[in-house]
Design a protein. Sequence first.
Lengths: 310, 222
Amino acid sequence: MKSGSRLERILAAGHFAVTSELGPPKNADPDNIRKKASYCLGNVDAANVTDNQTAIVRMSSIAAGTIALSCGVEPVIQMVCRDRNRIAMQSDILGAAALGCKNLLCLSGDHQKFGNHPQASGVYDLDSMQLIDMVRRMRDDKTFLSGEPIKDHEPRFFIGAAANPFADPLNFRITRLAKKIAAGVDFIQTQCIFDIDRFEQYMKMVVDRGLHEKAYILAGLAPVRSERALQYMKDEVPGMSVPDELIARMAAVKDKDEKMEEGIKICLEMIECVKHIEGVRGIHLMPVGWESITPVIVERAGLLPRPDVA
Amino acid sequence: MIVADRKPLDEILASIEPYKKIMLMGCGGCVTICFSGGAKAVELLASQIRMARNKAGSDIDIVECTPERQCEFEFIDAFKEQIASVEAVLSIACGVGVQTMNEHLAEGVTIPGLNTKFMGYPVEHGLWQERCAGCGDCVLQWTGGLCPVARCAKRLFNGPCGGSAGGRCEVDKEVECVWQLIHDRLEKLNKLENLEIVRPARDWRTSTNAGQRKVKFEEAML
């Protein structure tokens, strides 16, 4: 075992993993985390705690992740390269490990332009590839990035990264995934999948290169409540592929509650699809602003109870 | 070349507000080429200032000049006497020119009239784009000659990121994704394998992180 995290044990045992997301609040309220953690407890194997996502200031991912941990929910600490240099990142990696966190997701981070402090200076001392490499060195080589040894108590993380099967240039996406694996990634969570056909093509290329045997790949899925949300992602979020049929299907349903039900159904169908795609080892749910739906989806997808891997 | 852009007129007027006699000094180098600080720009700005001050009822005397380069002692020394006769110098050279003036002719005060932007070139008539960040450790040899340090919004060394779509950067749809350009160029050069390598963390000491940098050319030293 690299970290011995629950997520690692689930995947190593061959179970179909389920992770979801827990967005920290824009204030210092610990109960907000506890409430969101309650939707995750027993329903997912681990929950990603986002790191100032879309560059909006929120409670720190390590602090919020530690609160989730105290509620019995295993966090996947997200860490972005936008806000910290290698000194601060390594310091936080040591701190997160000391607090009992065992999964770390390495990201470049949304550009500061998109957030509530567009005036900020972006750091980007490292990129996500170099961050993966640094966390792996700290764990496996027991050294800091500078090469200085970590004498004992090295931070041991199950190392994750994101992959976007839908961004350009398409034929480079597999190379980029291979690079992340070469840098030391253990698991991958993909960008939200709405375009199943394109995801299937991507996974076929992944399998052809044998990459699915070198890292666990979790398919990213986002339950949505309206066609507006889908349209927004299609138009405004770069590197997203949203088929028009899906938008039309949501638009055809008029009643608000029925729309919600349609959104759940779409997500359940997607889960069923990705379960049967070779190389997919689990799902990552991203119910942004709709965390309460996680237990419903996991239950109706027949993914409960979560396996016991103690 | 160094590309600079004129400060807003109101800001310039505010900064020279206390003075009755100034020198307006341009530069015959880069800023002449990008139209922000050459002899013509000096003439234009001088008349704008005169009109504004006249309208405000506080006339100003402006001595106009444009040395060949404002960043070398020998060229600015030629104006020493005239500089001594004014209360302040308003410079429309780049930041290097302004500092050369302030440090070399320390008895006078030189105020900037431009915002220095970047090192770049005109991609079309009247449009300059950034190309070099002067980071001190050039990577163009493996990127197909296109710079990710100056042109990628996240300064990635292992791009493109997940926000690259249709050849455009997620930060601004008007901006080309340099990593897409690098990819396409390397493909054309049959060197796509350059992108297979995990590029290690960069040593930023060659950049602006280790204090003021210098370049020595021993043979030229006296």
